[in-house]
Design a protein around this ligand. Structure first.
Ligand SMILES: *[C@@H]1O[C@H](CO)[C@@H](O)[C@H](O)[C@H]1NC(C)=O
Length: 332
C-alpha cells in the first residue's frame, strides 16, 4: 500500500518539481512538551507541524484536536483522523500518569520537563525516514530505532532504566511502529498534496532600515528589517558597493502571525562610514530582482518628490515674476 502511494506520488510530482516547490526534505512531526511542576501540577502541549508550519494543536483542557488549516486533515477521513487523535489523547494521559508513578524509582526531582518529537521526513527521490526522540531536562534521553528503545548517552543510567521498563510492552512498540512507518508517511503525502497551494505560495518581503546607537561612542548599529516573506529561505547582506560585508550579523528568522517570516540583519559601523552602505535582499519570490536599500540616501521616492516640488516652486516664482513685470512694462 505504502509502495503504491510512493509510486503515485512520484508520478504526481516528478522529483525536480517537488524539490523546487518544497525545499526538501520536508517533515511532518508531532511535538510534545510536558512540564511537571509538582505531583499535582502538570501541563502539556501537543502540536503538529509540517516543516516550520504549525497545522495542529491540542486543547489540553478538553483533549480535542484543533485543525489550524483547512487542509490539516490531509487525505484522512474524519473517522481516520478521530482515531489518531483519540490515540494521542489516551497516550498523553497515560504518559503523565506513568511518569508520575515512576518519579521515585527513576530518581527524578520536581520540577522537570520532558519533550518529545516524532514524525517522518520526505527526502528527494521519495524516500521517507521516520523518527522518534525524547528529551529530559533539555538533553537527549531516548530514541526509537529498529523497533527498540535506544538510550542516549546524555540520558545516563536513567535512560537505560526507562528503556528496560518499556521493553516488555510489545503493544506499545507495535503501535509506535505502525504510526511512524505507516500512518505518518501516508498522512505526509496526503497533506502535502492537500496543502499544496498554501505551501508553495510565494510572498514578497518588505524591507526597511533603521539604526540604533551602540554603547561605543561614534558607532552606529544599522538594522535591515525584512518581513512578510514566504517561504523561509532568504539571503540578506549588508554591502559596500558590490562587496558583501562579513561583519553582517543575522538574527533568527522569526514567525509573523500570518505564517510569513521576519528577519533582522544588523551591522555595527563607525557613524562617519555609514553612508553608501546598502542592504541587499534575495528571495525566491523576487524572481532575481533583489531589493537594495541604501543607508544615508533618503529613499528614491523622497528624492523624486523633492525634485518635483522644487521644479514647481521654481516655475511658480518665475510665473509670479513675469506677471509682476508685465503690467509695469505696460504702464511704463
Ligand atoms: C504546584 O505548582 C504550581 C505551579 O507552579 C503551584 O501553583 C502550586 O502551588 C504547586 N502545588 C504544590 C502542592 O506544591
Amino acid at each position: 500500500m505504502l509502495l503504491l502511494e510512493l509510486v503515485f506520488f512520484a508520478v504526481l510530482f516528478p522529483v525536480g518539481d517537488t524539490q523546487d516547490a518544497f525545499q526538501e526534505p520536508i517533515s511532518f512531526h508531532i511535538t510534545q512538551i510536558t512540564s511537571f511542576a509538582n505531583s499535582s501540577w502538570v501541563k502539556y502541549q501537543l502540536s503538529g507541524w509540517l516543516g516550520d508550519l504549525q497545522i495542529h494543536d491540542m486543547d489540553s483542557d478538553s483533549g480535542t484536536a484543533i485543525f489550524l488549516k483547512p487542509w490539516s486533515k490531509g487525505n484522512f477521513s474524519n473517522e481516520e483522523m478521530s482515531e489518531v487523535v483519540e490515540l494521542f489523547r489516551v497516550y498523553i494521559v497515560a504518559f503523565i500518569r506513568e511518569t508520575k508513578a515512576h518519579v521515585n524509582a527513576l530518581q527524578m526531582e520536581y520540577p522537570f520537563e520532558i519533550q518529545g518529537i516524532a514524525g517522518c521526513e520526505l527526502h528527494s527521490g521519495g524516500a521517507i525516514v521516520s523518527f522518534l526522540q525524547g528529551a529530559f531536562g533539555g538533553l537527549d534521553f531516548v530514541s526509537f530505532k529498529n523497533s527498540t528503545c535506544v538510550p542516549a548517552p546524555e540520558g545516563g543510567s536513567r535512560a537505560q532504566k526507562v528503556c528496560k521498563l518499556l521493553a516488555p510492552y510489545h503493544d506499545i512498540f507495535y503501535t509506535v511502529e505502525k504510526l511512524l512507518y505507516e500512518t505518518c508517511p501516508q498522512y505526509l503525502l496526503g497533506v502535502l498534496e492537500a496543502g499544496k497551494a498554501d505551501l508553495q505560495r510565494q510572498v514578497k518581503p518588505n524591507a526597511w532600515l533603521s539604526s540604533d546607537s551602540t554603547h561605543e561612542r561614534g558607532h552606529l548599529q544599522l538594522v535591515c528589517h525584512v518581513s512578510g516573506f514566504y517561504p523561509k529561505p532568504v539571503w540578506v547582506m549588508w554591502m559596500r558597493g558590490e562587496q558583501e560585508l562579513s561583519e553582517t550579523q543575522r538574527g533568527d528568522i522569526l514567525p509573523n502571525a500570518d505564517d510569513t517570516w521576519y528577519l533582522r540583519v544588523t551591522l555595527d559601523v563607525v557613524t562617519a562610514e555609514a553612508t553608501g552602505l546598502s542592504c541587499r535582499v534575495k528571495h525566491s519570490s523576487l524572481g532575481g530582482q533583489d531589493i537594495v536599500l541604501y543607508w544615508g540616501h533618503s529613499n528614491p521616492i523622497g528624492w523624486i518628490i523633492l525634485a518635483i516640488v522644487s521644479c514647481l516652486i521654481f516655475f511658480l516664482c518665475f510665473a509670479l515674476w513675469c506677471f509682476r513685470r508685465l503690467p509695469y512694462e505696460g504702464i511704463l
